[in-house]
Design a protein around this ligand. Structure first.
Ligand code: ADP
Length: 257
């Protein structure tokens, strides 16, 4: 048996668990996780779960337009809340709104245990995990506990974000989680007035980094006001504007992971 295999419990009935991660916060990790999960469900027709492991700042309830406490089934497990064909579980469903959370390492692990094994997920082809941002102990523990089949790294083209994305990639490689690829978020901006494209956070950084690190470059998601607006409304753009160019980008990435 491989070293560490015992500390990597498989979730019953879940075929693959993949993480969406970023080296730093605010680069669009949760937005990406949500749109990929919905694309996997609606476009790829898979049975999809979405686990909000970002216990420090759970945003899945808002992004998926879900609220309320999960019901409990006869086996005493929580029934995930569902929208856009995706079964979701988040600490946000279990906490008081706006309650301050001071999580320490072991608490993160017990929360995660609750959100995974304490949930009646049923049969899933894929579970997408919205990871906590960063590359510290919490992220390593989550990766090992969930027996991740792979990780998608989200970054902006900005140097500082890329540096953190490299750290994230190295962290996953250290714990033997395959990197499925790098997504460049907020890649470019198309002026709605003149149609000109500008590279607000820099140009080509993610593609170069992916090449240097010998990982796949999965695609470029533009900086787009509709992504922000639909996210705030809890209507992921792949569902609410299914025929848009942006939805096509997410759909194409979903088919590659
Ligand atoms: P993270 O999970 O990395 O902290 P979020 O997904 O919460 O980041 O995104 C941070 C903010 O940026 C949110 O307000 C979100 O709506 C916005 N955002 C993310 N990606 C894009 C994008 N491609 N275009 C416009 N706004 C975006």
């Amino acid at each position: 048996m491989a070293a560490g295999a015992l500390s990597k419990p498989q979730l019953d009935g879940v075929e693959r668990i993949i993480a969406v991660a970023s080296g730093k916060g605010g680069v669009g990790k949760s937005t990406t996780a949500v749109n990929l999960a919905v694309a996997l469900a609606l476009k790829c027709k898979l049975r999809v779960g979405l686990l909000d492991a970002d216990v420090y700042g759970p945003s899945i309830p808002l992004l998926m337009n879900l609220s309320g406490q999960p019901k409990i089934d006869s086996a005493n497990k929580m029934i995930p809340l569902e929208n856009y064909g995706v079964k979701c579980m988040s600490m946000g469903f279990l906490m008081e709104k706006d309650a301050p959370v001071v999580w320490r390492g072991p608490m993160v692990m017990s929360a995660l245990e609750k959100l995974t094994r304490g949930v009646s997920w049923g049969k899933l082809d894929i579970m997408v995990v919205d990871m906590p941002p960063g590359t510290g102990d919490a992220q390593i523990s989550v990766s090992q506990r969930l027996k991740l089949a792979g990780a998608v790294i989200v970054s902006t083209p900005q140097d500082i974000a890329l540096l953190d994305a490299r750290r994230g990639t190295n962290m996953f490689q250290k714990v033997h989680v395959p990197i499925l690829g790098l997504i460049e978020n907020m890649s470019y901006f198309i002026c709605p007035g003149c149609g000109q494209s500008s590279h607000i956070f820099g140009h080509g950084g993610c593609e170069t980094t992916a090449k240097e690190m010998q990982i796949d470059f999965l695609g470029k998601v533009p900086l787009d006001v509709h992504i922000r607006e639909t996210s705030d409304e809890g209507k992921p753009i792949v569902a609410s504007s299914a025929n848009s160019d942006v939805a096509a980008v997410y759909n194409s990435i979903a088919t590659r992971i």
